[in-house]
Ligand binder design. Structure first.
Ligand SMILES: [Zn+2]
Length: 110
């Protein structure tokens, strides 16, 4: 399954080790096929499995959730599940700073 050209842009594909991080946590360097045109990185299946395994060991699995915007008076609230809150170090009653990062994206900082 060695690719020589990128399906996305037709650029040249080279094999090299690339850093992989999840939620700001560095998981390590992994071999990938990288396009020198668009930068697309493709991992082989066994490499993807290794990355998943490391992510699970570091407790980075299942840190995404679907939730809904709730209305409280004139304001809105978002339910953050316990696992995400614990990972992010958020606690009940803790003061946090909220600001939009872009349209459709909000950042909550402890
Ligand atoms: Zn490309």
């Amino acid at each position: 399954m060695k690719r020589k050209t990128c399906e996305e842009c037709g650029g040249k594909v080279i094999e090299k080790k690339v850093p992989f991080s999840l939620y700001g946590q560095e998981l390590g360097m992994f071999p990938a096929e990288v396009c020198n045109g668009c930068g697309e990185e493709v991992f082989e299946e066994n490499t993807s499995e290794e990355i998943d395994h490391i992510a699970k060991e570091k407790g980075l699995w299942g840190l995404e959730a679907q939730t809904k915007i709730t209305k409280i008076g004139a304001s809105y609230a978002v339910i953050i599940n316990k696992k995400i809150a614990e990972f992010a170090g958020l606690e009940h009653g803790m003061p946090v700073h909220v600001h939009p990062e872009s349209k459709g994206k909000i950042v909550i900082e402890a």
